[in-house]
Design a protein around this ligand. Structure first.
Ligand SMILES: Cc1cc2nc3c(=O)[nH]c(=O)nc-3n(C[C@H](O)[C@H](O)[C@H](O)COP(=O)(O)OP(=O)(O)OC[C@H]3O[C@@H](n4cnc5c(N)ncnc54)[C@H](O)[C@@H]3O)c2cc1C
Length: 302
């Protein structure tokens, strides 16, 4: 659906770059999903804040897109404005032992920079293919810790057109959970770096080797589909239900790791959703446990 002409005109007047009817599948790791009504690409925090204000004034929904590595976009696409951060909102630098990165900075790029500058302490992010904003939103982490361990504060753009700095405590970070102000988009993230680089690098290397051996990294997926319930592993439960290899259309419970749903090629978002629902229903039927999705759904789901 095109944006309302008044909304499009107001975005142009506010100097917000955007395009209409933009396919999203290639911007997500599962490689599925329909188009966004509009994709806006603000390159700095003031432009992002203006975009949110215009959208709020025109009652237009906004969805922040990071690297699409934890996102199932519906086949019908996303109504309203999808926001992808660009320009200085994807950059990162260190001031002393504080790393300052844009919400759209890719973690992989950050870790390459960290290696070059010997910034230790980010090993818990190794192998996570998201952006800094997406990682804070999800409180992403691994066996080595979570981003909360190193987070100092974030700048968040709000629908009233302001940008506020929120300390870590305000985000209520828990296992793969955060609380952001309603309609807020993370523009900038500050992390404490420091420690023994040699040790940090060795832990990362060991962790990445283990992931390669246990995860189906050769096929499109969004990593862990479900959160682990307390004291157990979602993958163990799904495997115990006999669901490894369970397939709908082009979507499959990975035979290598049962908490990964992979796109074998040609999957639709509905195929992936069907696999997710079936796994959830079977685990509930056999173990009486409701698995909570870790992956986020975007767009129109009927
Ligand atoms: C192969 C693979 C392995 C993975 N391994 C791990 C792992 O070990 N640990 C782990 O925690 N995750 C893992 N993930 C999942 C994923 O990489 C993380 O959840 C990551 O933090 C998502 O970041 P993203 O930028 O891709 O966010 P997206 O997938 O684009 O979005 C995820 C959510 O964050 C929101 N969001 C994104 N950017 C912003 C922003 N700037 N402001 C506000 N909200 C925002 C979106 O609206 C959405 O709700 C893996 C994924 C894959 C594909």
């Amino acid at each position: 659906m095109p944006l309302a002409p008044a909304t499009a005109a107001a975005l142009r007047d506010a100097g917000v770059p955007f395009e209409e009817d933009v396919p999203l599948a290639k911007r997500t790791y599962w490689r599925v999903g329909g188009p966004a009504d509009a994709l806006a690409t603000p390159g700095d925090a003031p432009t992002l804040a203006r975009l949110l204000r215009v959208a709020a004034e025109h009652d237009t929904p906004v969805f922040p897109l990071g690297n699409g590595s934890n996102l199932l976009v519906s086949d019908q696409g996303v109504r309203g404005i999808v926001v992808s951060l660009v320009g200085e909102l994807t950059e990162a630098h260190a001031v002393g032992d504080v790393l300052i990165g844009g919400g759209g900075a890719k973690i992989a790029v950050l870790l390459t920079r960290a290696a070059k500058h010997r910034w230790a302490g980010l090993e818990m992010l190794a192998g996570i293919p998201g952006t800094l904003g997406g990682a804070v939103r999800m409180n992403a982490g691994t066996a080595l810790g979570e981003i909360a361990d190193r987070l100092l504060d974030v700048d968040v753009a709000l629908p009233d057109g302001t940008v506020v700095t929120l300390p870590k405590a305000a985000l209520e970070l828990r296992y793969r959970h955060s609380t952001l102000p309603s309609g807020g988009v993370i523009a900038r993230v500050r992390l404490q770096v420091g420690g023994d680089w040699g040790e940090s690098e060795a832990r990362m290397r060991h962790h990445l080797e283990r992931r390669k051996a246990t995860q189906p990294l050769d096929l499109p997926s969004c990593g862990s589909t479900f959160k682990n319930p307390p004291g157990d592993a979602a993958g163990r439960l799904i495997e115990a239900c006999g669901l490894k290899g369970y397939t709908v259309g082009g979507a499959q419970v990975s035979p290598k790791h049962a908490n990964f749903v992979v796109n074998l090629g040609g999957a639709t978002a509905s195929d992936i959703d069907a696999v997710i629902r079936h796994a959830q229903a079977e685990v509930h039927r056999q173990f009486g446990l409701t698995l909570e999705r870790e992956v986020q759904y975007a767009g129109v789901w009927t």
